[in-house]
Design a protein around this ligand. Structure first.
Ligand code: GTP
Ligand code: MG
Length: 354
């Protein structure tokens, strides 16, 4: 230790016996003493706990596609979803800007499609990333009178990074200034080339206002979903993602979950990060009570002991004990990270790289 402190001192680095060296600095020193340093592989307990075994092929059955609607602010994402659901969400929203990810199930040709509406504001980029991860197909909404805008490009990048199919919905074709061909031309730059331009991306001209093209859009979603052969095992403990969560005055923590695998049942023990609980009641997107939710179904649940983060993985567990093991691991990691952050504040790298 003395030799090393001296050596570092001569290099102009003032350290004590308690200073933590980064792996890189330690490896450098080790090398001078003719040792090759090996970084110890840390077993991540949380990763172990959240690990998902592949379900055997014969346990899988078809599941509905999960579709997210992405695009630039005001290009008509919510209006389009409204038109598809034939309801009115935009009207109640503050300033007509979507503040959260809503989840809805729509029936088309007797098949179910789960839609996630994602906010268009730049501030919600992180949330939208999570939105993309939970999705099979992205509907990229581009206003025909406005064309490709910064968040259109952002949405394309997220969808590509997540490896999900993109269907382009060219919206607002009822407008006089609409120019579908210009949108097609602009999107070629991002590798989205329409079939009539020699590519393979599906473009659906639509109007959320006149409802023109909506049936075609739904058909194209189902066609794409068929191609993807989406399947999941519904006969196992559920797992999936938190779409959104909040504290409700009367009901306590309320979370919207997207079941991705297995079946979530009322009474199930559940763990989500540092939060756990038991599914006391479950509501579907129309606020109807449900007893069970199968893969690709979004549900609102109550019965948690806290508000989980959106984007977190939820796991139904065999017992309360198992749920608590998971939340304990998360809590421990939370504390460790805190300690690490404080320690990092005094690391050599920090001291000398400033
Ligand atoms: P954010 O959630 O803020 O990102 O917006 P959004 O993409 O959800 O857009 P929204 O549905 O709120 O629509 C924005 C505006 O465009 C509203 O004034 C809508 O009435 C209008 N709009 C949406 N679709 C159409 C359409 O097909 N035709 C016309 N003419 N206007 C539309
Ligand atoms: Mg919206």
């Amino acid at each position: 230790v003395n030799a090393m402190i001296k050596k570092l001192f001569l290099e102009g680095k003032i350290v004590t016996v308690n200073t933590e060296l980064s792996f890189e600095s330690a490896a450098e020193i080790a090398l001078e003493y003719n040792y090759i340093a090996d970084e110890e592989e840390k077993v991540d307990i949380i990763e172990e706990l959240l690990k998902d075994e592949e379900d055997p092929e014969d346990s899988l059955s078809p599941r509905p596609p999960v579709v997210c609607v992405m695009g630039h602010v005001d290009h008509g994402k919510t209006s389009l979803l409204d038109a598809i659901r034939k309801t009115q969400v935009t009207a109640d929203e503050a300033g007509g800007i979507t503040q959260h990810i809503g989840a809805y199930v729509v029936k088309a040709n007797d098949q179910r499609i789960t839609f996630l509406d994602t906010p268009g504001h730049e501030a919600f980029t992180a949330m939208r990333m999570r939105g993309a991860q939970s999705t099979d197909i992205a509907i990229l909404v581009v206003a025909a009178d406005d064309g490709v805008m910064p968040q259109t490009v952002e949405a394309i990048n997220h969808a590509k990074a997540a490896g999900i199919e993109i269907i382009v919905a060219v919206n607002k074709i009822d407008k006089e200034s609409a120019n579908v061909e210009r949108v097609k031309q602009e999107l070629t730059e991002y590798g989205l080339i329409a079939e009539d331009w020699g590519g393979s991306t599906i473009f659906c001209p639509v109007s959320a206002h006149t409802r023109e093209g909506l049936d075609n859009l739904l058909d194209m979603i189902l066609l794409t979903a068929d191609m993807l052969e989406l399947k999941a095992n519904k006969n196992r403990l559920a797992r999936g993602l938190v779409i959104e969560a909040r504290l409700d005055k009367g009901r306590g923590p309320v979370a919207t979950l997207l079941v991705q695998k297995g079946t979530l049942k009322v009474g199930d023990h559940i763990a989500i990060g540092e939060v756990s609980g038991r599914v006391r009641a479950m509501l579907d997107h129309k606020q109807r009570r449900l007893k069970e939710a199968t893969p690709s179904t979004p549900v609102e649940i109550i019965g948690l002991n806290g508000v989980p983060n959106s984007g977190d993985i939820f796991l139904a567990t065999k017992s309360e004990k198992e749920a608590r093991e998971i939340t304990d691991a998360f809590k421990t990691r939370g504390k460790e990270n805190l300690i690490l952050d404080t320690k990092r504040g005094m690391s050599l790298d920090d001291l000398f790289n400033k």
